[in-house]
Write a protein that binds this ligand. Structure first.
Ligand code: PMP
Length: 390
């Protein structure tokens, strides 16, 4: 049983700077506690009619109630638990049969790769969707059933889209609107009623929960066909015994959201300080979407002439975890589709890293990141001068 708060990293790693929150956030203490409680109570199958089964069912119901409350879900919506945002997004793109797909150019691969012959809404240089193009596409699709899917905040650049406005445009043209809010929940306020969206995706491990747990919230009047067929769980929308332990963790993580949001200004202050110091260090550094509405914790930084895998390795050797964009595309050689859609050059895309910080980050961690960045920059750009052909 956990009786004192744990640091997100082990004591031997107290020097470790974790700046890859958009890939996954460390599991919070309250989530660990609730998971251990559920495990120690031997919570069983929520479909069982006996008392132990009903205890499990109550955990699911409590989680649904928390989602309704904390995400501001209107009463005409239904909730289905999934294995994560990927499955929730797939359910929208694959489960709503007969719909035409309209998606932005910078969606997560779980939308991009599951959409069928999608109509792509371009983005401007800042990564914001082009609303005129959206209207044009929707007017051309008049008479069809259409689902528009635009993520609330982008995982790589952190840009926040004008979701309320997009939902209004979609509705004006008779389309259904989905937003992938996986990166937004816990970082900015997400209220489904205020946003006026019909479907919303979230992922527990982006705000303190554990990996493998997500949610799709959708209008009750929409017909969505299941992708996983089984014993009729989740009102027939997702077969298989629910992952009660992960869902209990999701519930606990939701309770922490007000606390996370109260730290957003402080996190933004540290992120801005980091960007300011880097801009002072090197005149050719580029920070993508710097002047746009962005998540408070995210920074995508181009160090000209130094490939992101080289940067990542140096950071890692210095006990700093950063990312070369989206965790899901790590290991692939292609440059970020997000940056290319914004008109960045291939070279810029190949030389950019994402720093995404969380509430545990301290000013001294920011100093450490800046120093490390500076060392990598000096070492590699000096090497280029010494070996121009390298
Ligand atoms: N959508 C967005 C915007 C994401 O950032 C991610 C995770 N990188 C996903 C979907 C997929 O989430 P999950 O890991 O829960 O499947």
């Amino acid at each position: 049983m956990i009786d004192k708060p744990l640091s997100p990293f082990s004591l031997e790693d107290s020097d470790y700077v974790y700046a890859d929150y958009n890939a996954t956030s460390p599991v919070s203490d309250s989530v660990k506690k609730s998971i251990l409680e559920v495990l120690s109570k031997q919570v069983l199958n929520p479909s069982s009619l006996h008392r132990k089964g009903q205890e499990a069912r109550k955990i699911l119901q409590d989680a649904r109630d928390s989602i309704y409350g904390i995400i501001g879900v209107p009463g005409d919506k239904e909730i289905v638990f999934t294995s994560g945002a990927t499955e929730a997004n797939n359910l929208v793109m694959r489960g709503m049969k007969g719909f035409q797909h309209v998606i932005s150019a910078i969606e997560h691969p779980s939308i991009l790769n599951s959409a069928c012959n999608p109509h792509i809404i371009p983005v401007n240089q800042e990564g914001v969707v082009d609303l005129l193009e959206l209207k044009k596409i929707l007017s051309e699709l008049k008479g069809n059933e259409v689902v528009v899917s635009v993520m609330m905040a982008n995982n790589e650049i952190g840009v926040i889209q004008p979701i309320k406005e997009i939902a209004e445009i979609a509705h004006k043209f008779g389309a259904v609107f989905h937003t992938d809010a996986a990166q937004s929940v816990g970082k900015i306020k997400v209220n489904m009623k205020d946003l006026g969206v019909d479907l919303l995706t979230l992922s527990a491990h982006k705000f303190g929960g554990i990996v493998g747990s997500g949610v799709l919230i959708f209008n009750k009047n929409l017909v969505i066909e299941p992708m996983i067929i089984g014993g009729g769980q989740e009102k027939g929308l997702r077969g298989g015994t629910e992952n009660v332990v992960a869902i209990a963790g999701l519930s606990a993580a939701l309770q922490d959201i007000p606390d996370l949001l109260s730290k957003a200004d402080e996190i933004k202050g540290l992120r801005d300080q980091l960007e300011c110091e880097l801009l002072n260090l090197a005149s050719d550094v580029k920070i993508f979407s710097k002047d746009s509405k962005r998540l408070p914790n995210t920074s995508l930084i181009c160090m000209p002439g130094v490939k992101n895998d080289v940067q990542l390795m140096h950071f890692d050797l210095n006990n700093i975890a950063v990312s070369n964009g989206s965790a899901c595309s790590s290991g692939k050689v292609e440059p970020s589709h997000v940056l290319l859609a914004m008109g960045a050059t291939r070279e810029q895309a190949e030389c950019s890293i994402r720093i995404s910080i969380g509430p545990e980050i301290k000013p001294r961690d920011i100093k450490k990141i800046v120093n490390c960045w500076c060392n990598i920059y000096k070492k590699n750009t000096l090497d280029m001068w010494r070996h121009p052909s390298a």
